[in-house]
Design a protein around this ligand. Structure first.
Ligand SMILES: [Cu+2]
Length: 307
């Protein structure tokens, strides 16, 4: 048997106690540095059975529940680290490159980044109406200039997020998500956010999300993938997981990266994938689930309402 429990046993652990779940979540967090400050998910009491109002819940007592400094990803600077870019505008209709740097507390570009989920830099772009999701892995030149190759953007306001962990300096081992807005000139047309739903389809796959997260707390979320009514069991590892889940908050584009609890144990994963959902605020979140089969990457999106 592998070091990690199979999903059936894992589910029984969920029933048995949140501490075990949180320990598993912590173990599977994908961090490159086990000493991440504040990642003490285990100190918070279980909220799994709380479905009504929870007046005694103190959200402020959860230091580090935002994955140690990631916060909501809505600022371009945190703890001395700043996302800088000269790109305030990008042209519509053409595959643009977004160029940026991360500067450290000394004001100089950071060039040393730790590998997290197989990459030193994760980059996301989303339009203000939460359409047009892009997740790419930029390349860096020796002077710390990163280039993210994007596919064509539609006119409007976009937000660009850089997710990284410094390998040296005061931020060593801390996960950051910093973002800036980018304007794409032209006639902007917003798409209404699709209604909240438990199921969505992409590329012939049906993705079902089970769980009702509450804001400000870690909550289990299970994603099940099927095709033509048959559970999918040939998920290939993608970025060290069987599925990569990011979420953006309606209205302010707050960012959340949901950490997989299901550890990669071989070439074939699925159909059920467990996540720890930590969504900072109530409202609608647009979830983007990325998974790989037969060498192809699929992206499923659905709206989750969080109370
Ligand atoms: Cu990435």
């Amino acid at each position: 048997m592998s070091a990690f429990a199979p999903s059936a046993l894992r589910r029984s652990l969920v029933a048995a106690g949140t501490a075990a779940v949180l320990a598993a979540a912590l173990a599977a967090c994908g961090s490159s540095d086990s000493s991440m400050p504040g990642m003490d998910h285990g100190t918070h009491p279980s909220t799994a059975s709380s479905t009504g109002s929870v007046p005694g819940t103190d959200h402020h007592s959860m230091p580090g529940m935002d994955h140690a400094g990631m916060g909501d990803g809505l600022t371009d600077t945190k703890d001395g680290y700043t996302l800088t870019s000269t790109a305030a505008e990008l042209r519509a209709g053409k595959d643009p490159a977004y160029t940026f740097r991360i500067t450290g507390p000394d004001g100089k570009p950071v060039t040393s980044f730790a590998v997290d989920q197989t990459k030193r830099m994760h980059f996301y772009a989303i339009r203000s109406d939460l359409t047009g999701f892009q997740h790419v892995h930029p390349t860096m030149t020796a002077d710390g200039t990163w280039t993210a190759d994007l596919t064509a953007l539609t006119p409007g306001t976009w937000r660009a997020y850089a997710s990284f962990t410094p390998e040296t300096g005061s931020g060593k081992g801390t996960g950051f998500v910093l973002s800036r807005t980018v304007t794409v000139p032209g006639t902007a047309k917003d798409t209404p956010l699709p209604a909240a739903a438990a199921t969505t389809e992409t590329d012939g796959y049906t993705v079902n999300v089970k769980g009702q997260p509450m804001s400000g707390m870690a909550h289990p979320l299970t994603v099940s993938i099927s095709k033509d009514g048959t559970p999918v069991t040939d998920l290939q590892p993608y970025l060290d997981t069987y599925a990569h889940l990011t979420a953006f908050h309606e209205g302010d584009e707050a960012f959340a990266h949901l950490h997989p609890e299901t550890k990669v144990t071989g070439a074939d994963g699925g159909p059920d994938l467990d996540f720890q959902a930590m969504l900072a605020k109530p409202g609608n979140w647009r979830l983007f689930l990325q998974f790989q089969t037969g060498g192809s990457l699929h992206t499923a999106a659905l709206t989750l309402n969080v109370g």
